[in-house]
Design a protein around this ligand. Structure first.
Ligand SMILES: Cc1cc2nc3c(=O)[nH]c(=O)nc-3n(C[C@H](O)[C@H](O)[C@H](O)COP(=O)(O)OP(=O)(O)OC[C@H]3O[C@@H](n4cnc5c(N)ncnc54)[C@H](O)[C@@H]3O)c2cc1C
Length: 464
């Protein structure tokens, strides 16, 4: 490290005595990457603030010294948003992980941004309420990261994305100003709602330090069902049938390749017979009527030939085992460094779009292992492609980028999005203009420049 950088870090340590600063190579590697594992971590240092004042001091110092800052949560991101590969300072919120306030009348929980999602869910449950955003990375992602990516997950079909649950935000701007946005108000017609600018901003507009979250009633008892679906076209028919007769809490799918990998990773095989597709669905089942309705809709799908088999969980352990088939996929594939797409189209466009994608993949990915899964009930598909044995990583990525270009063009035609919930980060930057118009991107640039004129916050992410 140059003398100048060393002196700058020493200055920072004096400005914020509460800050923990790490420069150990193992720490730089750990904090400098996310789940993409595509870039070699190379941060300048890692700063772990304990207070809002520490965060302010870091950002004022970064502005003065021209140091780029990467805000960092649990680094479970799948788009490279939290990667620090160019000498940036990683600003990890992990020490700011406490619940600060709960108001039972407002049903609002205020937490620090580094609190893991699972801890937020547990705290809500301790108050007899529910924080409903949920997905497999719950134990390691942080609420600040969830807000910065507007995370979705497996309950969007019932509860919406993270955005719906943010009633207030405390944000530190690039210049070190503290903004208190919306303060938990239900109604607030006093001009632009800047809170929503920071939701999904991927660490480019400010550092989220606290969030005030809406909580809701816990859902009624539910049941989990696994279905074997023989054809692509049947997936949305099954969805339509289940949605019109039951109150769904989740409706997820995976293809047989996905099931094969999760089973190899320790999940129970779904059925004796292999099926091209599977659905994991969860629905309210508070009464015998609900359970009878579920069986009736299953019978109807069976008669129509839309499903070929099904099982309903008889215990919590069985429900967890069925969920593992869907939720275990990202972890099961991670060691193979899959190339990921996370696209969305309108729910009504899913059947035609899936056919178009299937044709594209059969043509352009011959011999590749293509795993499809995701939140099909929200119009959100994840496509994970694995490199054929012996193919070098660079050649593999180059090939996948060509296919993504064609995929992005297909998305333009149907008005879809190249990123449903993972964010643009570094991974999807080349395709942003397929989802957002030039005018929109110009406005986004202007907003970024207004909030961060020195360009220190997560430069190179989302757009250059
Ligand atoms: C097994 C697995 C399953 C997943 N399933 C889903 C899923 O179903 N749905 C879904 O949406 N995502 C999913 N993800 C992706 C990921 O977990 C989410 O994007 C999550 O919201 C990221 O949170 P994080 O704390 O890990 O953020 P990080 O990866 O640390 O950061 C993500 C982005 O947010 C910014 N950021 C982080 N903290 C702050 C802050 N305090 N202030 C400002 N910016 C900040 C970072 O700079 C970066 O751009 C999954 C990931 C894994 C590994």
């Amino acid at each position: 490290m140059s003398d100048y950088r060393l002196q700058a870090l020493a200055r920072l340590a004096r400005l914020a005595p509460g800050l923990v600063l790490k420069t150990d190579p193992a720490d730089l590697e750990h904090y400098g990457r996310d789940w993409t594992r595509r870039w070699t971590p190379a941060p300048l240092a890692v700063a772990l603030p304990a207070s809002v004042e520490d965060v302010q001091a870091v950002l004022r110092w970064a502005c003065a010294d021209g140091v780029a800052v990467v805000p960092s949560g649990g680094r479970t991101g799948l788009s490279g948003g939290a990667v620090a590969a160019k000498g940036e300072l990683v600003l990890s919120l992990e020490r700011m992980n406490r619940a600060l306030d709960f108001d039972p009348v407002d049903r609002l929980l205020t937490v620090q941004a580094g609190m893991p999602l699972e801890a937020v869910q547990r705290t809500a449950a301790d108050h007899g309420l529910l924080y409903p955003v949920d997905f497999a990375a719950r134990g390691s992602c942080a609420i600040g990261g969830n807000i910065a990516t507007n995370a979705g997950g497996i309950r969007v079909i019932r509860y919406g994305n993270t955005r719906e649950w943010v009633a207030g935000l405390k944000v530190v701007t690039a210049q070190g100003e503290v903004l208190e946005l919306n303060r938990g108000l239900v109604k607030n017609a006093s001009g632009y709602d800047l809170r929503h600018l920071f939701i999904g901003s991927e660490g480019t507009l400010g550092v989220i330090v606290e969030a005030t979250l809406r909580l809701t009633d816990p859902p009624p008892p539910s049941q989990v069902m696994l279905l074997a679906v023989p054809e692509l076209d049947a997936l949305m028919r099954v969805f339509g049938a289940f949605r019109s007769h039951l109150r769904l809490q989740a409706f997820e799918f995976l293809n047989d390749r996905g099931a094969t990998h999760v089973v190899a990773h320790g999940a129970q095989p779904p059925f004796a017979e292999v099926s091209p597709y599977y659905v994991v669905t969860e629905f309210d089942a508070a009464s015998d009527d609900d359970q009878n309705a579920a069986l009736a809709v299953f019978e109807q799908c069976l008669e129509q030939g839309w499903v070929s088999d099904g099982v309903i969980a008889q215990s919590q352990a069985q429900a967890a085992a069925l969920w593992r088939l869907r939720e275990g996929i990202t972890e099961a594939l991670a060691p193979r460094k899959p190339y990921k797409n996370d696209i969305s189209v309108r729910i009504s466009a899913i059947p035609a779009f899936m056919h178009a994608m299937q044709d594209l993949f059969e043509r352009d990915y011959p011999g590749f292992d293509v795993v499809w899964f995701g939140h099909i009930g929200d119009g959100n598909l994840h496509i994970n492609v694995l490199a054929p044995d012996g193919m070098a990583q660079d050649a593999f990525i180059a090939r996948c980028e060509q296919v993504t270009k064609a995929l992005s063009e297909a998305l333009v035609r149907v008005g879809g999005s190249i990123s449903a919930e993972h964010g643009i980060g570094l991974v999807k930057k080349p395709y942003l203009s397929g989802t957002r118009s030039d005018a929109e991107i110009a406005l986004m640039r202007a907003v970024r420049a207004a909030l961060d004129p020195a360009g220190i916050l997560n430069p190179g992410k989302l757009f250059d």
